[in-house]
Design a protein around this ligand. Structure first.
Ligand SMILES: NC(=O)C1=CN([C@@H]2O[C@H](COP(=O)(O)OP(=O)(O)OC[C@H]3O[C@@H](n4cnc5c(N)ncnc54)[C@H](OP(=O)(O)O)[C@@H]3O)[C@@H](O)[C@H]2O)[C@@H](O)CC1
Ligand SMILES: Nc1ncnc2c1ncn2[C@@H]1O[C@H](COP(=O)(O)OP(=O)(O)O)[C@@H](O)[C@H]1O
Ligand SMILES: [K+]
Length: 487
């Protein structure tokens, strides 16, 4: 499945470019409806179908699918929101091919249905569902009817996956040409069920011309630049990560350091408060543990240019001391990750960071930390992560079930492979460690953040239920072996 995600506006441009290139609108609609019918034929045994059509082109796709299923002998009832005479353009053309009755959109059309095809609204959803559309969506849920959604479940907004009013939960969603953000962002992703991407004959080259800026996160995005160890390499050529260790919450930096090593950093140094050196050293034999009693000692560690990637935040404890160390790291030519307590240390005061950050730094807040640093920005998680990246000049990874990575230049990726088992203490520390380990090996900020988030998700899936954060670095070798085999 192609990884670009098109906004509703970009999809409209793709449709228009296809038509300009000589593919007529009705042909696109015929193929879209045929893909819906094919999906129904492939996934369901013949059964009575209720096709619910809206007043726009999404409804047009429904008319085409209804016609094709009826041709195959399936008992089909079709209900329309509005009047046939009010249909325009391609939808009017599609309706002209349906000679059986067109019912009013009322819940009775669902009686006896073994499958419902939802062709009420797609890209053109412009306001919350109400009236008969909302009534029938509610009834589909109450009856728990199998549902095939055309483009998106009606009520789900294409650009951000938000629900306007209400939306049904589909078993299968058939979308066209490229997926939209709604297919990967929550809650849209959960309402789509399985997503089938259908080729409707939009010519090659159209996507390239549109140059979309949003992708689903996965190895196709960054795999070609993954820093696999080279035969002639040695540990010094695999980067050296410096992790600031905390005095009390020592588990966070230990998890992060372990993840950085598993991600392939040649060396990892933990800068530890003197009283914790033994603890860090005993629990992580492969890391270097050095005492850093104060800011000056930490700066001395930073001054060694071989320590090329720095992680600050996990378990560090918020406050002035951490803020000073962050600014010291940013004053040097390093890459790195800012996480956890850093966001509290700079709460409401982005400017000192924004003045010094650049795109080899990755910020990894969860929603709460994000608001602390960037404030309550408007829009979807994609919009907010993009705005934050622009505001601070660094890569922003907004953690959650649909983790978004955004670059200041507007590129963004949505991570879809993370299981909810990852919602456990310390799992974010592992993520930060993976990213700093990849940065140390020379990956750029966007690639490292995307790869780190994806590996984190895969490791989470490999462990599954019962996962604790310690399991994640241990699950990584098998995940990496598969990634390498597929490369
Ligand atoms: N060539 C192409 O373009 C292709 C497009 N394709 C298909 O077209 C779909 C997009 O079609 P579309 O742009 O016509 O929008 P669509 O989602 O049908 O809705 C618009 C209508 O709904 C109305 N309306 C909106 N919200 C409402 C609400 N809450 N409650 C009530 N009414 C509401 C809105 O009214 P208005 O806002 O204008 O007042 C307008 O009348 C796309 O998802 C894909 O399935 C494929 O065939 C491939 C080729
Ligand atoms: N419901 C969920 N589904 C998938 N991943 C999740 C979910 N909730 C949280 N995560 C992931 O778990 C990690 C939690 O990180 P964080 O909140 O920083 O926890 P901690 O500070 O304890 O390490 C993040 O990578 C986040 O994306
Ligand atoms: K729909």
């Amino acid at each position: 499945m192609a990884d670009e995600l098109l906004t509703v506006a970009e999809m409209g441009r793709a449709d228009r470019a296809a038509m300009a290139a000589g593919v007529p609108g009705p042909v696109l609609m015929e193929r879209a409806g045929a893909a819906v019918a094919a999906a129904a034929l492939a996934r369901w045994s013949p059964c009575p179908v209720a096709v619910l059509c809206g007043p726009g082109n999404n409804g047009g796709d429904g008319f085409v699918a209804a016609h094709l299923l009826a041709e195959r002998g399936w008992p089909v009832r079709l209900a329309l929101l509005g009047e046939v005479a009010a249909l325009r353009g391609d939808a009017a053309w599609a309706a002209s091919g349906w000679t059986a009755p067109v019912e009013r959109l009322e819940t009775g059309v669902l009686d006896g249905a073994g499958l419902v095809i939802d062709a009420l609204f797609g890209a053109g959803l412009s306001r919350p569902l109400d009236g008969p559309a909302a009534d029938i969506v509610g009834e589909i849920g109450r009856r728990a009817l199998p549902l095939l959604a055309v483009d998106v479940p009606s009520g789900v907004r294409g650009d951000d996956g938000a629900v306007l009013g209400c939306a049904p939960r589909a078993d299968l969603t058939v979308t066209f040409h490229r997926r939209k953000p709604a297919h990967v962002l929550l809650p849209g992703r959960l309402l789509c069920g399985e997503v089938v991407l259908a080729d409707i004959g939009i010519p090659d080259g159209v996507v390239e011309a549109i140059a979309p800026r949003t992708w689903e996160n996965g190895p196709r995005l960054w795999g070609a630049r993954y820093p696999w160890p080279r035969p002639e390499g040695h540990k010094y050529s695999r980067g050296h990560a410096l992790v600031l260790g905390g005095a009390v919450m020592t588990g966070a930096a230990r998890l992060a350091a372990r993840a950085a090593l598993r991600a392939g950093a040649g060396l990892v140094t933990i800068a530890a408060p003197p009283e914790t050196v033994t603890l860090y050293a005993l629990s992580l034999p492969s890391a270097i543990v050095l005492p850093a009693p104060d800011g000056a000692a930490f700066e001395a560690l930073l001054d060694d240019p071989r320590r090329n990637a720095v992680l600050l935040g996990p378990g560090a404890g918020p406050g002035e001391a951490l803020a000073t160390r962050v600014l010291a790291a940013l004053a040097r030519d390093r890459s790195g990750v800012l996480d956890a307590d850093v966001f509290t240390s700079f709460a409401g005061g982005l400017e000192p960071l924004a003045l010094r950050l650049h795109d080899r730094w990755v910020l990894t807040p969860h929603d709460g930390e994000f608001v602390r640093l960037f404030g309550p920005l408007p829009g979807s998680r994609l919009d907010r992560a993009r705005a934050a990246a622009r505001a601070c000049g660094a890569v922003v990874l907004l953690k959650g079930a649909d983790t978004v990575v955004a670059h200041p230049d507007g590129r963004a990726a949505v991570t879809t492979n993370a299981p909810p088992d990852l919602a456990t203490a310390g799992s974010g520390d592992v993520l930060a460690g993976l990213i700093v380990g990849l940065l140390a090996q020379g990956m750029d900020g966007f690639d490292a953040a995307c790869a780190g988030a994806w590996l984190h998700g895969e490791a989470g899936r490999a462990v599954g239920p019962g996962l604790i954060a310690e399991d994640l670095p241990e699950a990584l070798p098998a995940v990496l072996r598969r990634l390498k085999a597929d490369a």
